[in-house]
Design a protein around this ligand. Sequence first.
Ligand SMILES: [Zn+2]
Length: 248
Amino acid sequence: MRETARNCSRWRLAALAGAAALVAALAGACGFEVAPAAPGAQGTRVATPAPASQESPPGKVDENEFQEDVRTAETITDDYWRRHWERLFTGSYSSPRVVGLYNGRDPGSTPTCDGEPLERDNAAYCPAGDFVAWDAHLMRSGYARGDAWVYLVIAHEWGHAVQNRLRRGLVSPAAELQADCLAGAVLYGSSDDGTLKFEDGDEQELVDAFQVIGDKAPWTKPGDHGSSVQRLRSFSRGGENGVRACFT
Ligand SMILES: [Zn+2]
């Protein structure tokens, strides 16, 4: 994905078709085994390998591009909420603090949330400190499979910051699936707004990412993330229908 200053309205259609296609891509693959939430592990791939893109080949992380994508994803997501908040919710939007990348392997530098260090190989929104942060190893290993990973993780965690700004009744008991829905709304919404451009291979990367991060079991109780299929479906619902669809 990349930031774009151009306004390209044709992306509206492309994005809609894309979000629907994501669900279609998984519809025929409901029986696959999903890797547990271990993003470093090899997820089962769906269908064919990702089409060639103009980005770095999989497995190789260009550090400058990586850092730039992380910054872009943070900026794009924050901008999206700032731009759309007042049309969607009451009050005005305030950004969470962005702690950003951290080294979960170094206890001395790992940020703490309510007195507890953030988990290694995880990404988090910390309600106590109202900040978002991402383990650098988690982000780099996902990025090695494609840049869409960092956009998804960052937009998802930001979704939790948004939930924390809303009255309780608006937050779904399936809070993780709602955060996926909000991530879809932000990424496709930014594409509609012309601030983000999907490139060849991005959507396949998103499908692959959900296979890696989906739980083995479907959603049943708060705290569960849901299966890959459920997660992708929620993401696509937000992508196709926007933020409001995440609150129905
Ligand atoms: Zn989450």
